[in-house]
Unconditional design. Sequence first.
Length: 436
Amino acid sequence: MTDTICAPATGLSGAIAIIRISGPDALSSASALCSLCCNNVAANTTHFARITAPVPGTPPSPPATEVIDEVMVSVFRAPHSYTGEDSVEISCHGSRYIINKVLELLVEHGCRMARPGEFTQRAYLNGKLDLSQAEAVADLIASTNRATHHLAMSQLRGGISTELSRLREQLLKLTSLLELELDFSDHEDLEFADRTELLQLAQTIDAHIQRLIDSFHTGNALKQGIPVAIVGAPNVGKSTLLNQLLGEERAIVSDIQGTTRDAIEDTIQLEGITFRFIDTAGIRHTSDKIEQMGIERSLAAAQRARIIIMMSEPAVPYPDIPLRDDQTIIRIENKTDSFQAKYGIGIDILKQQLIAAAPHISESDIIVTSARHHEVLCRSQQSLHRVIEGLHSGISGDLLAEDLRDVLNILAEITGGQITPQETLNNIFRHFCVGK
């Protein structure tokens, strides 16, 4: 990383914009276009400066200059910066002309434009963040509610890294003992690693990994929105209820049966949690092929949902549909004194029921939200199962050690504790925005 990079670190619609510079020539590049000599100021300080540029069409010597903007310049020195390199952040006015002009001047003085995620990638490569923390930066930027913000902050603070570090330390200790046995292979009766203890530990770690794998269902629901299916017979008020919850006329309301023929989705936030509502077609027996297709999609949506609002009304039974044990069912009898979707009666109570049914996480909970982490955990568990099977069948220590090393190496892919393929790194960081 011998080149110096630059990019806007903020959006292009605000009154103030920040332009970030990082690399070995960051201080001199910034100094070349402003009235501040960044090399001569203390680290972690901010200073007033003027950005100047040659006036077009004037003689080059002596150059006539004009002020592009009055700015604040923050100087950071390696290794005490976000990227671990010398860095400068220029806070200028948010004019597109000013931003583009400052970037143009920086490129003229030896910088190049940063690629998406390159600042965070440098932070990872320089040991400022592990890979899971680097991914948490993108999640933090993309967080849309309190729950996803909490999950991203937990991962950024090293929650999952600490958890995996404990597991790897236990595995590494036993792997070392098994490999020590190999050094004394001439002594057939010598055994450093107690097989019963190893089996118990392997099973404990397996249960721990399984909990992390299972947590992905919760993490993904909080990240994407907890799926809530509204199901019932035709004309019991499902679409009216959806419109009341969303606060807008999102679904068509009609007395004609079969009006809703496809699932309609939209989201709302309740106490910092996103709920993704699905208004489904009314469930009944019908000869209409199009309506029947809608009903089949309704049943499929109900199977995917974490929460099901089961609607009926007086003299109309609740629908009989297949349910999962882990689904929360909220039963509502519409058009009664206690609940009337059309007039919003009972809606506040329903919202409180939804909040209570949502997964709630504490500061100590470790929740997996990344599909990549979930896939890595599943692969590590497969290797660990080979260890457990080998212990039951009494295979030799060298084969056990090999399988344990495999578990260790796979788990390390989450944090980047071993050499991570460049293709994997590129795939992770290309989803970042420019400037991060």
